[in-house]
Design a protein around this ligand. Structure first.
Ligand SMILES: Nc1ncnc2c1ncn2[C@@H]1O[C@H](COP(=O)(O)OP(=O)(O)OP(=O)(O)O)[C@@H](O)[C@H]1O
Ligand SMILES: [Mg+2]
Length: 214
């Protein structure tokens, strides 16, 4: 069966693309899935991450490749994988357009504070243009990323993101130092205790993605 393909895209640096891609990959691997991350991050966050030992990802598997010509080459390399997760770059060019074209679902992480509220508006526009051409595909969601716990901003974020004209995911991440700690040692939130807030957030995001993909 062909791999299911989804992408974390946002032209703003630091929005949470690599955090989303690596953590959701770990979530899926723990369900026994074989996951291929396509690394478009110029800092190669996911590739570097995967070079560390993260032996607790079983029973599934996570591989990472760097590949730009997705429309041409993705089918051949994704053979044998259940999911392909594209970890986007912090600029918009032909590579981004290609990523949108090959994805069934595009997730746009947005930090809901200050100027960052607008940071994904071009990415969202590109996705909506594609949807108009191709019968509403790919599916797309805004992921509220790095919200600050118990702030009005985090609570009322739906309103400030209305102009994206894309639905918000029900699940989100909040700023938690655990995300940065696990990433720097090649682990994920899935390596935290089962009741850790960061792990619960990633599980909720993973579940929601699987529901959207159907
Ligand atoms: N929920 C969170 N809580 C705390 N820190 C976070 C959270 N999400 C991401 N970070 C940290 O914020 C930084 C940026 O996140 P990340 O690398 O995922 O963004 P990105 O969109 O991939 O950035 P780039 O565009 O540069 O590739 C990283 O250091 C990451 O560890
Ligand atoms: Mg990144």
């Amino acid at each position: 069966m062909a791999a299911r393909v989804f992408a974390f895209l946002c032209e703003k640096g630091g929005a949470g693309k690599s955090t989303g891609a690596t953590n959701v990959a770990s979530y899926l691997a723990r369900l026994g899935k074989r996951v291929l991350i396509v690394d478009h991050d110029p800092q190669a966050s996911a590739s570097t991450w995967s070079n560390f030992i993260h032996e607790n990802n079983g029973p599934g598997e996570i591989a990472v490749i760097v590949m730009k010509k997705l429309q041409r080459d993705l089918r051949s390399v994704s053979n044998g994988f259940d999911y392909v997760i594209i970890d986007g770059q912090p600029i918009t060019d032909a590579v981004t357009v290609d990523a949108i074209k090959v994805s069934e679902l595009v997730i746009i992480p947005i930090r809901p504070s200050g100027f960052d509220v607008w940071a994904g508006i071009n990415t969202a526009g590109l996705v909506r243009e594609r949807q108009q051409l191709t019968d509403g595909k790919p599916a797309a969601r805004i992921l509220v990323s790095q919200a600050i716990v118990n702030t009005v901003m985090a609570r009322d974020v739906a309103e400030s993101l209305e102009s994206y004209e894309l639905p918000l995911m029900d699940s989100r991440t909040h700023i938690r130092v655990a995300y940065t700690e696990v990433a720097s040692v090649g682990k994920s939130a899935m390596d935290l205790p089962p009741d850790h807030d960061a792990r619960l957030e990633i599980e909720a995001i993973g579940r929601e993605i699987l529901e959207i993909l159907g």
